[in-house]
Design a protein around this ligand. Structure first.
Ligand SMILES: [Zn+2]
Ligand SMILES: [Zn+2]
Length: 254
């Protein structure tokens, strides 16, 4: 049995949803991908929404919650998030649990989640780290700026899902209006490939070796550019790097 398994079902501004297992526990992170596609991606690997233990939601932006009501109709598990997401999730008919920021929450004897704040333009955006026995998985996207606090939360993870939103030069010379460019580049926007690479370099020095690059911009990035930016800074072939596709059903097992 694998310690951590992940299916990146959707990643980027059109919709975000990850399926993950740590130890015996299966869960979804975000619900920005339609029910049918989620179901199909899981079925391809003989997995099902019937068997998930929890759903975690990072924030209320449309690309993270748009399928919430449809998915919630097909699960019996609880949904874990922060207060600011309750309104966007009002039509999701399942029990909601408000997590306390920075407080580890024990879902089962061998399954703990910790929610932490992430600077982003939605009122209160969060990232998560999940621990199950010896396995730790962290998830940070929609993060304007990496800081020490977030870094300390994700440090020591076996696998880190981290935003590599844009290449700064592509963004500046790309199709987005100046105002939007400024928002994305701000400390409450999205994490650039360079910032992602710097963070991964530090995490590597702290012993992490597996990284999934997430929330890549369709207009201001490509999987090749994002991977190359990180690879060239790391200069280390032993590190596992994967660029999450906008839509996919790969099963990654660690
Ligand atoms: Zn987003
Ligand atoms: Zn967002």
């Amino acid at each position: 049995m694998h310690n951590i398994s992940i299916i990146p079902i959707g990643s980027g501004s059109t919709g975000n949803c990850f399926y993950a297992e740590t130890g015996k526990h299966a869960f979804l992170i975000d619900m920005g991908i339609g029910y049918r596609r989620v179901k199909e991606a899981l079925a391809r690997h003989q997995k099902s929404l019937d068997n998930i233990d929890a759903i975690f939601v990072t924030h209320g932006h449309y690309d993270h919650v748009k399928a919430a009501s449809a998915i919630a109709n097909h699960v019996t598990c609880k949904l874990y998030t922060n207060e600011s997401v309750l309104y966007p999730l009002r039509n999701a008919k399942c029990e909601k649990v408000i997590l306390e920021k920075d407080e580890p929450y024990v879902l089962a004897e061998d399954f703990t989640v910790k929610m932490f704040g992430v600077p982003h333009d939605y009122a209160y955006t969060c990232g998560f780290s999940f621990t199950s026995n010896d396995a730790k998985l962290s998830y940070v996207t929609d993060c304007g700026k990496m800081n020490k606090k977030i870094y300390n939360e994700i440090k020591g993870s076996d696998v880190v899902i981290i935003e590599a939103n844009h290449d700064v030069e592509m963004l500046k010379s790309g199709p987005y209006p100046l105002q939007l460019q400024k928002r994305i580049l701000s400390a409450h926007g999205h994490l650039s490939n360079d910032d992602c690479a710097q963070t991964i370099l530090k995490l590597k020095e702290d012993g992490c070796s597996k990284f999934l690059l997430a929330h890549l911009s369709k207009h201001n990035n490509t999987p090749e550019v994002a991977l190359e930016t990180v690879r060239s800074l790391l200069n280390d072939d032993t590190i596992f790097l994967y660029a999450c596709p906008e839509a996919g059903d790969d099963l990654l097992e660690f």
